[in-house]
Design a protein around this ligand. Sequence first.
Ligand SMILES: [Zn+2]
Length: 377
Amino acid sequence: MWKSEFVEPESPLSPNALGDLSNPILPVFKATNFVNVKDYSAIEPSVRLASHLLKHPSLRPMLRTILKHGTMIPLREKESSGNSLYRYPDDSANEMTDDDIAYIDLALDELAGFVTFEAMEEHGPADARTQIIIKRKSKRDHRTETLDGHRSRVEYSLELLERLEKASRPSSSKQDKPLLLVWRFTLAVQLAHEVCHVLVNAKDGRLKRFHAEPFFHNALTAEVGFAMEETLFGGSPALLWPEEQPDDEQATRVHHKNAGKLSDLVGVFVFWPWPCTSIVRDYQAQNCALHMRRADMAALKPKDVAWRVTISDLARFFDTAFWAQENPDTIFDRSVGFAFTSDAEGVRSPAGFSKQELRDYALSAYKISKRKAIVEK
Ligand SMILES: [Zn+2]
């Protein structure tokens, strides 16, 4: 029953919930870069949203650091394999100039020649990753005004692509809006996340010392994609409980309504503030590149909080009027959240919070509800 506050009925979606994005698509997301997409219109809302996300003013400091950093600073701590780790110099005191913004925009345009996107069977709908392609070690294989590193291949989920193609096909009156909103948004965030890795590879991938992504100033993890998600949304968005079967006694039957019928979407959309202990442990158990300093690793919080995002909260991201604002507020609200613990492999189980723990997590504006959810005062 502890899940019940998460699964309270969603308010009905407006007829325009799927939005009206028509903004320019960044060249990096051009159709020919998606090697096995048959129907580009199925991913078009996602690439338009990903284009908006990458252009958001809040990401400029991060993108400028990647593109215009001076000499990187070696850390005292090394990788377990003995390779050095680096951090970017702190340039946050420098004013963001029009020249800086033009340079960032040019680099995002030039990135088009550095990547292909490939939908692959072995990735689940929540998984995407970037592989650096090194043909001749430390030789550049493409050079533009702003970039001269290595190309990348972004892998994402064929299942996700097929779900989107299927749900986009019927006439608009039959479209499954909750499903489309969640999976279009998920793909957009995945694409924006991976493009940040592509940018780092395209900028510095050929450097001899490039064994791991550099740390941003004061960042706990060296993972540019999650740094982007934290900056934009206040955490990493994800679907919770999407795989549970409705006939399982313990299952969370979290279906959503779609025009009076049940949606095919199963699960609750949440975001995890970064660094998320269970995600860090999952990455490290799978030996994926995600570097942390030992002291920070030891200081990881024992519990993670999943904050609920309603489906109607997602709808604003597909609305042209939202992006017409000077600095659209992309940070998710924190009203209902649940705590989870995780084992060494990052497998989560639900947990409560004691009053003391709530204070440790410095969520002073929140109290613990009867069902152990954290709810706003
Ligand atoms: Zn990543």
